[in-house]
Design a protein. Structure first.
Length: 310
């Protein structure tokens, strides 16, 4: 009986540490096109059941895309999952080689499901949405500095804020153009923005970061985004339900849309008022409204219909 091999890849800017489970083979290749091509040659001979990369903010994408194009079974996972798994098996030390072995062990034990990689248009849209978020964060940071800045610094900060706002407008135009390149994206954007409270930013965030929208039921989509209430009960303790995990950037976009929807969307407004009248605090009511808004958007994309006050 042949042994299945699982590969774990720890990614850094300059190199890829690769481990094979259960043989404990370990090797290193450069994190560039030549290194990715070398990795393909090695792994094609191995016939791995699964190759798992740890998400590192983009450094993994060249190798992942190259291996995926070559037809190898590749999946990218959240770094927190790997770290929690390492603690659970008593691996507290942390080096690149150890991390690669832990990832390979994780691949064998958990067998995370593969997902299709984003196509080029989606990758470019994701990069633009990410850049927009970064610019907004810089505007907020510079605005906060104004209150304590000296007179000589205030002029420079205000100039920088004006430039950032101009660049933000340019990014918004680029995002709109990128969505326009895909008929599928255009249709999704039309449906999402027909909902009172949902604007271009939230629509673009959902399109590029939640490809599962419309394909999952309401419980699964809420859990995926991190809006499903989790039990916190043990023994006699009966704790409050809390949300946990999920896609934080998507939640942030949904929160801003929900703030608007509470005012202008009749369904969400009524739901919010009912919860507040029942004694729920603002934070709990807002989280419930975010979940309801996400459920509505999920159903609209599934059924391919625009807002009609469902």
């Amino acid at each position: 009986m042949s042994t299945e091999h699982f590969v774990g890849v720890d990614v850094s800017k300059d190199k890829l540490d690769v481990a094979v489970y259960p043989t404990n083979e370990l090797f290193v290749v450069d994190n560039n096109q030549a290194g990715a091509d070398e990795l393909i040659q090695i792994l094609e001979k191995l016939h791995p059941a699964l190759i798992v990369f740890e998400s590192t903010g983009g450094y993994e994408m060249l190798a992942v895309t190259t291996l995926y194009t070559a037809g190898l079974p590749v999946v990218v996972i959240n770094a927190r999952q790997v770290r929690d798994f390492a603690k659970s098996i008593g691996k507290l030390a942390k080096t690149d080689a150890i991390d690669a072995k832990v990832i390979a062990h994780f691949a064998s034990a958990v067998k995370p499901k593969q997902r299709a990689l984003k196509d080029k248009v989606t990758q470019e849209l994701t990069a633009l949405v990410t850049r927009r978020r970064q610019i907004v964060e810089m505007i907020v940071a510079e605005s906060n500095r104004l209150s304590s800045a000296t007179k000589s610094s205030r002029r420079d900060i205000k100039t920088h804020i004006r430039w950032l706002k101009k660049r933000l407008a340019q990014i918004d135009t680029q995002i709109k153009g990128q969505i326009g390149k895909s008929p599928i994206f255009c249709q999704k954007d039309k449906i999402l923005q027909s909902t009172p409270g949902v604007g271009p930013t939230t629509s673009a965030t959902l399109i590029c970061n939640v490809p599962e929208l419309g394909t999952l039921d309401r419980k699964k989509i809420a859990s995926l985004i991190g809006l499903a209430p989790m039990n916190r009960d043990s023994g006699r303790l009966r704790g409050r339900r809390m949300i946990w995990g999920g896609r934080a950037h998507v939640r942030a976009a949904l929160y801003m849309s929900t703030l608007s929807a509470v005012q202008f969307n009749p369904v969400i407004h009524q739901f919010y008022c009912r919860l507040r009248n029942a004694g729920k605090c603002h934070k709990v009511a807002m989280t419930a409204c975010m979940r309801k808004l996400l459920t509505i958007l999920n159903a609209m994309i599934r059924d391919q219909h625009c807002w009609n006050n469902p």
